[in-house]
Design a protein around this ligand. Structure first.
Ligand SMILES: Nc1ncnc2c1ncn2[C@@H]1O[C@H](COP(=O)(O)OP(=O)(O)OP(=O)(O)O)[C@@H](O)[C@H]1O
Ligand SMILES: [Mg+2]
Length: 364
């Protein structure tokens, strides 16, 4: 379809008057045949029962035939294409811009639904190229930031060690260092998320002990929970082997634990739990912190979303977006249960996948 002139020529109805005229004609013809049957049976002096049964059977067949024909036409001309379009729209809504819906008719018979499908395909293509542009821009800019930031960090670190600095100068250097590290974290997370979204990093699964990893992650926060006087409880199995990418999953656990400690006030409690059945493992991080309202809960997995502005300087709102993407790639899921003022529980459930490992080893 090129240009508006061709668009004006497309059929504007999928159910033309001609179709209804044909149905009308067929029904008139059928009632004519009905009359013929009555006269025929009269002439043949058919019995009363035959005279009743034959028209009933005849009209049952006619009604059934017409109904089936109309149903088939509606399905073919309307329902099937609409279902295809709805499915494709659903995929686009979830960020898949690779969808393409084929037109129903050949170009010489295009109608308004074909035009709508072609417009849909064009829109998806445009959205896809905008998304690529945006992610490429993000990743290029982030890359360009990395080197100068490393220079700032290194020099600030050197300056910090300088002995003859005044107190005020020292504070300024520390402030520069803090900001540079924050920016550096943001850039690293943006690059990681970008790569995960574009699937330029693929998970590298290996069999490892999840319980050990959870302990190691928790220990990274020991200073933080001790300085905030938070009680930290652990309830997990001794050992739980799992087939997954340890580097990526570590990002999930550290973010959930850092959030729990960050959003729990002094004197609160954080509990890390792990249990498994033969097929999957469930890890949950529960805290007695500030909790979240419904609006916050609905957006926490969005990029750059930070619900609690009092902690907005301690992070960039990328941690949970990253965690969700990682778990999608690991065929896992994350859910949250939270009440304002009472606390939150984040639960991750993922397959153990160990049978897959055994299967891989069996293959030559
Ligand atoms: N345990 C929690 N308790 C209360 N609110 C939470 C909790 N975990 C997450 N949130 C809310 O979800 C938002 C997003 O969390 P996320 O981990 O993505 O970002 P962040 O922690 O603010 O920054 P980053 O993880 O990038 O350092 C947080 O800003 C906070 O509002
Ligand atoms: Mg976080």
């Amino acid at each position: 379809m090129n240009g508006e002139r061709n668009r004006a020529q497309v059929r504007q109805s999928r159910f033309p008057v001609f179709l209804f005229a044909v149905i009308f004609g067929v029904l008139v013809l059928m009632s004519g045949i009905h009359e013929g049957l009555i006269v025929g049976m009269d002439k043949l002096k058919a019995g009363d029962l035959v005279q009743i049964v034959v028209p009933i059977v005849y009209w049952l067949l006619v009604a059934g035939g017409v109904t089936l024909y109309i149903r088939r036409q509606m399905k073919k001309t309307y329902e099937t294409p609409m279902q295809m379009l709805a499915k494709a729209a659903g995929k686009v809504a979830h960020g898949d811009f690779s969808v393409f819906v084929p037109t129903i008719n050949t170009p010489d018979k295009y109608d308004y639904l074909d035009v709508m499908i072609m417009d849909f395909n064009t829109m998806v293509e445009e959205l896809g190229s905008m998304e690529t542009l945006k992610t490429d821009f993000f990743s290029n800019v982030s890359h360009e930031f990395k080197t100068p930031l490393a220079v700032i960090c290194n020099n600030a670190q050197l300056l910090e060690k300088e002995e003859n600095l005044e107190e005020k100068q020292k504070e300024s250097v520390q402030s520069i260092l803090r900001s540079a590290r924050r920016l550096s974290d943001l850039i690293m997370n943006m690059l990681k998320l970008n790569k995960l979204e574009k699937q330029t990093i693929q998970p590298m699964p290996e069999a490892y002990d999840l319980c050990r990893q959870l302990c190691e992650c928790a220990l990274q926060f020991e200073d933080r929970w001790e300085s905030k006087e938070i009680e930290f409880d652990v309830d997990m199995e001794e050992r739980r082997m799992i087939l997954a990418d340890p580097g990526l999953l570590e990002l999930v656990w550290t973010n959930l634990l850092s959030n729990a400690i960050k959003f729990t006030p002094s004197g609160g409690k954080v509990t890390l739990t792990e249990f498994s059945d033969g097929q999957s493992v469930t890890v949950s991080v529960r805290d007695t912190g500030c909790g979240m309202d419904e609006t916050t809960k609905n957006h926490i997995f969005d990029k750059f979303y930070q619900g609690d502005s009092s902690h907005s300087t301690e992070g960039n709102g990328l941690g949970l977006a990253l965690a969700k993407r990682i778990l999608e790639l690991a065929e896992g899921e994350i859910s949250v249960d939270s009440t304002v003022g009472m606390g939150s529980t984040f639960t991750v459930k993922m397959p153990l996948n160990l049978d897959r490992d055994a299967h891989n080893k069996e293959e030559p």
